[in-house]
Write a protein that binds this ligand. Structure first.
Ligand SMILES: [Zn+2]
Length: 420
């Protein structure tokens, strides 16, 4: 009989049509979040697992947002590998902006088209096949594999991965996590920044535009506040040495800029401040009495949420008429797993040996993924997926070649991790 790894490679290469067909079927299902109803997509995944003879159960704290957990123990003791992907997608927005039906699942120009094709139907489908293929080899592999296919990722994960890691930890925490969110083939994400949101309310007496000497404008006070909040961007992070050394490498910096655009290598390692909304004033010829600002801070590895909370409080205290509240974003620090972890090696080696021949570099993600829930509980988690270009935009589409590369890389890395 052929060696297990060769059989795995045979399925990866021999079942391309079935792999693409499942990706297209998933993309034809509208799982827009909000509202985040993923039941039809979960049914599709269930049918696929049933075809493969794999067992699963549903954990649904919100009935319309089911999470599927499929686990199997292999031959004898070993490591517990967890695979994590989500079913919900961003809403398509104005359908007129699309050149096709946003949920067409069309195959054209070597790409599958539709909302969610990139984020992250492609990645979730890749993990479904990786799981199915490992399941076929279960009598020949050591350890355990658990697939978690979740809902509610795009709106915070409380009813998805957040719920599973908190309530079903024995089942889903495992020893290591693979996730296929779009990262770009040139990177493996071993960590990600933290998100901290505040609402500032600035109030003044108001009055007539022509009489500024009678009272301050809340909008002008808000502008001064913003200028001071932006000074937090220059705060130096206290990076753990393994993170600093990984991100300092010139080839890593080049991969970051190639994957995320010029300037990304610097943004990755500092706080960024975005005033997402400003609501102030009633009329052009009045001194505004009130201005409300919603401000999004993204914190790099090495700057804690409490440090930024402290700076925000101290800056707000120096400005008259300002009060503020923190908005709920969960409470997870910027998080990282060891960039020298064995799994990074498996991903890098298998990606580099694939037909695309791209060697990914370990980086920190600018945005968030569900992997933070595992890292927050001390479980190493790594993200490698297709190019993020076009995700969440009109005419989202994913390259079949990239999809296949991601599927192959994860299936082989998972196999190598279990058998190492
Ligand atoms: Zn995603």
């Amino acid at each position: 009989m052929t060696a297990p790894r060769d059989r795995l490679l045979g399925w990866i290469e021999g079942e391309r049509e079935r792999q693409v067909a499942l990706l297209r079927s998933l993309t034809r299902i509208d799982t827009s979040n909000p509202p985040g109803d993923t039941r039809a997509a979960a049914d599709l995944v269930s049918r696929f697992l049933a075809e493969e003879g794999a067992s699963w159960r549903t954990e649904a704290p919100r009935p319309e947002m089911p999470n599927l957990v499929s686990t199997f123990a292999s031959r004898g003791a070993g490591r517990h590998l967890v695979l994590n992907g989500h079913l919900d997608v961003f809403p398509p927005g104005d359908p007129a902006a699309w050149s096709r039906d946003p949920f067409s699942g069309d195959l054209a120009d070597g790409r599958v088209h539709g909302r969610g094709a990139v984020d992250m139907n492609c990645g979730t489908t890749a993990l479904l096949f990786a799981h199915a293929y490992l399941h076929r080899l279960r009598n020949e592999l050591p350890g355990r594999v658990t697939l978690t296919v979740v809902s509610d990722e795009e709106t915070g994960g409380r009813w998805g991965s957040g719920w599973l890691t908190e309530r079903c930890g024995d089942e889903v925490l495992g020893d290591c996590v693979l996730n296929t969110e779009p990262s770009g083939l040139g990177t493996v994400r071993f960590g990600e920044k933290s998100m901290l949101w505040f609402r500032f309310t600035v109030e003044g007496p108001g009055g007539h535009s022509a009489y500024p000497h009678t009272g301050a404008s809340a909008n002008r006070l808000a502008a001064h506040l913003v200028r001071d909040l932006e000074t937090i961007e220059s705060k130096a992070p206290d990076e753990p040495s393994v993170v600093r050394e990984a991100l300092d490498r010139p080839e890593v910096r080049a991969a970051i800029e190639a994957s995320l655009g010029a300037g990304a290598a610097e943004v990755m390692r500092r706080v960024s401040v975005n005033v997402g909304t400003v609501h102030g004033g009633v009329s052009i010829n009045m001194l505004p009495a009130k201005c409300v600002l919603d401000v999004d801070f993204r914190l790099p590895v090495g700057i804690s949420r409490d440090e930024v909370r402290g700076e925000v409080a101290s800056i707000a205290g120096r400005h008259e008429g300002v009060r503020f509240e923190e908005l709920d974003t969960g409470d997870i620090e910027a998080n990282w797993s060891d960039p020298g972890h064995e799994m990074v090696g498996h991903l890098v080696r298998n990606a580099g040996a694939g037909p695309r021949g791209v060697t990914p570099r370990p980086v920190v993600g600018l945005g968030g993924t569900d992997t933070r829930f595992w890292r927050a509980r001390g479980v190493p988690a790594f993200v490698h997926g297709c190019s993020p270009a076009g995700m969440g935009a009109a005419d989202e589409s994913v390259s079949i070649e990239e999809f296949h590369h991601v599927l192959r890389t994860h299936a082989l890395a998972a196999f190598d991790y279990l058998t190492a």
